[in-house]
Every structure is written in structure tokens, then in C-alpha cells.
Design a protein around this ligand. Structure first.
Ligand code: PEP
Length: 252
């Protein structure tokens, strides 16, 4: 079986006016061109920067290594939903991936796993690759409920024949500068492999698993050496080209 490429996903969140976004995307495009190895880079700017960043990725040539992602989509393809953006619209713009169920959307926008699953269906129907985020809060971790929280989120957020990417993002690790101890991350990654196997009930589907939460270039070697992980989802460290490129170099 050929090895899956490592995935490095940059989530810009609600950051990036035009000048900064194009500067950052150009610097990443240039850096990615010089990185050899089995690694794919995906950057997910805010909606307003998608078209501009798409053109920069396009102009950087057909590397097969650098792709555009969005940070959310609606559950349906079109309709009377003021202010929303559909997966079909994202695909029309040349977007290839979409992050769904990020904890910031689950918490601030009341997105349940059932809503996330509808978004996954909409993304899959539009030909996008969903990157679904799951992860426990600090309270749930302290109460020893990580496994049951992840099991419920995976069961309810993913379609039966999910062919996207799963990102394990402990909520307490996001933006905190703290990442789980290596043994804990190894254990949780192995747990997720088992949960995916029993959810998908299919041997022919291999869902790449990413870790996200305070990833930096210095933490990346240890995280990426965990066999069950196929890459990283990077927030703040993706807003600075050199640091982000260093993470991609580690993954390559
Ligand atoms: C995120 O929010 O997806 C994330 C991983 O953020 P950070 O890297 O800043 O913790």
C-alpha cells in the first residue's frame, strides 16, 4: 500500500486583510515549491480571501502539493440563507477542502455533531474533502470522558462512508501553547483509529488523522513521529510564513 501524503493544514481563522493574505499566500506558495517530499499543504483563509488566495495557488503552478480550503459551509447547496456560503459555491471557486465542526463553531455557533454531519454531506455532494474536527474540553478530559466524547462526536459527525480527513483537536490545547503529553496523544490517536474502524465498518476506507492544537515547528517532529497521525492542523503558527514552512519541512 502506498504511503498517504502527510497533510499540513493552515487555519487562518478570522485573520487576514487583502494585503496580508496575499503576502502570506505568496510566501507560502514560494516556500512549498522548494519543499520535496510526500506532503500536501492546505491553507484555509477566511471567505473574503478565498478568491485571491486561489489565484495565487493557481499561479504557483501544478505542484499537486498546495491546495485551498475553507473554514465552514452551509448544510444545503443554495437557498434563502442570508450571509451563508454553500459547499457548491466553495467548489465553484476552486476550493478543495473545507474544515467542519471546529470547536470554535461548535461552541460559538451552537453546531451539534448532527449539524456537522449535514455539512459533511453537503461538502461531499459538492466534491469537497471535509476536514472534520473533534476533541474534548478540559472539563471532559479532567472527568476522564475523552474516549466517550470522541466516540460520540465521530459517530454523529461522520457519514457512514466518510472519505474526508479527521482532525483531533483537544479544545484545551487550541491557542493555549499546551499540547498533550506524547504518550497521551499516542493513546488517543490509537483510540481514534479504532473508533473510525468501527464507525465506517469498511476496510477499504482509510481516513487520514491530523492533530491540531498549539502546533509549532518545534513541537512538530514529536507529533509527526506518531505513526497513527497523518499530519497537523495549525492555527496561529500558520499566520507567519517561515514558521508554517518549517512545519511543512518537518512533515516532508
Ligand atoms: C485551531 O484552532 O484549529 C488550532 C489548531 O489553533 P492553534 O494552532 O492556534 O492552537
Amino acid at each position: 500500500m502506498t504511503a498517504l501524503p502527510k497533510l499540513v493544514v493552515g487555519n487562518w481563522k478570522m485573520h487576514g486583510l487583502r494585503e496580508h493574505a496575499s503576502h502570506l499566500a505568496r510566501a507560502i506558495a514560494e516556500g512549498v515549491r522548494s519543499i520535496e517530499g510526500n506532503v500536501q499543504t492546505i491553507i484555509c483563509p477566511p471567505f473574503t480571501q478565498l478568491a485571491g488566495v486561489h489565484d495565487i495557488i493557481d499561479a504557483s503552478g501544478p505542484t499537486g502539493q498546495f491546495f485551498l480550503g475553507a473554514q465552514d459551509c452551509h448544510t444545503t447547496a443554495s437557498g434563502p440563507f442570508t450571509g451563508d456560503i454553500s459547499a457548491t459555491m466553495l467548489a465553484d471557486l476552486g476550493t478543495k477542502y473545507v474544515i467542519l465542526g471546529h470547536s470554535e463553531r461548535r461552541q460559538a455557533h451552537g453546531e451539534t455533531s448532527q449539524i456537522v454531519c449535514k455539512k459533511v454531506q453537503a461538502a461531499e455532494a459538492a466534491g469537497l474533502i471535509p476536514i472534520v474536527c473533534v476533541g474534548e474540553t478540559l472539563a471532559e478530559r479532567r472527568e476522564g470522558r475523552t474516549a466517550s466524547v470522541l466516540a460520540a462526536q465521530i459517530e454523529s459527525s461522520l457519514t457512514d462512508r466518510f472519505t474526508g480527513v479527521l482532525a483531533y483537536e483537544p479544545v484545551w490545547a487550541i491557542g493555549s501553547g499546551i499540547i498533550p503529553p506524547r504518550e497521551e496523544l499516542e493513546r488517543t490517536a490509537a483510540l481514534i483509529v479504532g473508533l473510525l474502524q468501527s464507525h465506517l465498518k469498511a476496510d477499504d476506507i482509510r481516513v487520514p488523522i491530523l492533530y491540531g492544537g498549539s502546533v509549532t515547528a518545534s513541537q512538530a517532529p514529536s507529533i509527526l513521529s506518531i505513526g497513527a497521525l497523518d499530519g497537523v492542523l495549525v492555527g496561529s503558527a500558520s499566520l507567519e510564513a517561515e514558521g508554517f514552512l518549517d512545519i511543512i519541512r518537518v512533515a516532508a
